[in-house]
Write a protein that binds this ligand. Structure first.
Ligand SMILES: *[C@@H]1O[C@H](CO)[C@@H](O)[C@H](O)[C@H]1NC(C)=O
Ligand SMILES: *[C@@H]1O[C@H](CO)[C@@H](O)[C@H](O)[C@H]1NC(C)=O
Length: 367
């Protein structure tokens, strides 16, 4: 399209050039429609899905500097907490769509286009407002933002078309890891909420949030459950044996189970709601427990960081980084490498139960 537009301005025969541009635009639009079963992806969540929102915040929770992005096209540090692309990039790629742009980048433009998808995810965000308060866009705030996006779509498309557009679109949500990290780091003992009580409280808040999302027009929900949070290098590093935090992993499994019954209940009471739930915990544990079988050489230490397990500090320009990023499960002390994200997304997209259920993302998209 960029090349075609240039041709128009440089051509002396502007009528013919315009006709060609119109024709190319028509073919491109027809191809896009044929290629993707969904018109757009709206993304909510934390740093696993952030594609640059936090670059626009006065926060310490950011990744818009090297060595982040070292394997991204142009070696660009985009704000993704990864050496390259993250899961929502691969989700979009699998659907033949461009990655949905960060909401805070769109709002700084004069005429924001919300029809092709928007990403509200923000590094540090949690289900709870209190998680990393003031350092990120909380999930509640992301929903506030989506509420105005939805209103803006109604204004530009009309109610019927806006509703139809949103009903066909995918809504990807990955949230909860930061709440679990905070819980595990608080060293819960007797008198504190048990992992089950903690997970129940989290799922109760999540219930209101997902119901609000449905109320705002979401009909196809992709819920990426929390991973084995206790095995991220940052939590491993805290134990003398460098073992996974059992409390964090337990809380994650219970939270995912709660989310599974929440989603099943919502789908049972709303005939027009469909979802795919990815058990990130079990999927990622397979790589961690049997690295070689999945092509990994290092499943414990981070690739980029400093100190014990490269997990004492995050990935900054002063950090060490490993030479081979495709054989590491973890990029930094909390986040997976691009390779891990690509593999997990492939399973969520085309895999089967019990890892992705009741349908996979390809099937959800086609509904
Ligand atoms: C969280 O903050 C939002 C504002 O973004 C507010 O609407 C909501 O009531 C808060 N939730 C809780 C549980 O405090
Ligand atoms: C990096 O690791 C992968 C996976 O173990 C391996 O296939 C590849 O050959 C390695 N690359 C280099 C340059 O060592």
């Amino acid at each position: 399209m960029g090349a075609a537009a240039t041709a128009t301005t440089s051509s002396s025969c502007s009528m013919a050039a315009t006709a060609i541009v119109v024709f190319i635009a028509f073919v491109a639009a027809a191809t896009a429609t044929a290629a993707s079963p969904v018109p757009a992806i709206y993304v909510f969540g934390d740093s696993l899905a952030d594609v640059g929102n936090n670059n626009h915040l006065p926060t310490l929770l950011r990744a818009d500097f090297p060595h982040n992005g070292i394997d991204y096209p142009g070696s660009k540090a985009t704000g993704r907490f990864s050496n390259g692309k993250n899961s929502v990039d691969f989700l979009a790629e699998n659907l033949g769509l461009a990655t949905s742009p960060p909401y805070l980048a769109l709002t700084s433009s004069r005429n924001p286009n919300y029809v092709n998808g928007v990403n509200f995810a923000s590094g540090g965000a949690g289900v709870s407002n209190a998680t990393n308060k003031g350092q990120c866009i909380s999930f509640d705030k992301q929903l506030d933002y989506f509420s105005s996006v939805s209103a803006s779509l109604v204004q530009s498309l009309g109610q019927a078309q806006a509703s139809a557009h949103l009903a066909k679109s995918l809504f990807a949500v990955t949230i909860g890891s930061n709440d679990i990290i905070h819980y595990a780091k608080s060293n819960p003992g007797s008198g504190d909420p048990s992992p089950q009580q903690f997970a129940d409280a989290l799922v109760q808040t999540l219930t209101g949030q997902l119901q609000r999302l449905y109320g705002l027009g979401a009909r196809k929900l992709v819920f990426l459950g929390t991973g084995p949070v206790g095995c991220c290098p940052s939590l491993r590093e805290l134990s003398a044996a460098k073992a996974c935090s059992a409390v964090a992993n337990d809380a994650s499994v219970r939270y995912n189970a709660g989310a599974a019954s929440l989603l099943a209940g919502m789908a049972a009471s709303h005939a027009d709601m469909h979802y795919a739930l990815f058990d990130s915990s079990s999927a990622l544990l397979q790589y961690i427990d049997q690295p070689a079988a999945h092509g990994f050489a290092e499943a414990k230490a981070a690739c980029c960081g400093l100190g014990d397990m490269n997990a004492k500090i995050g990935c900054t320009p002063l950090s060490f980084y490993c030479a081979n990023r495709t054989d590491h499960v973890f990029w930094d002390f909390y986040h997976p490498t691009e390779t891990t994200a690509r593999m997990l997304t492939a399973t969520a997209f085309d895999g089967s139960a019990p890892l992705i259920f009741p349908v996979n993302i390809r099937q959800l998209s086609a509904i």
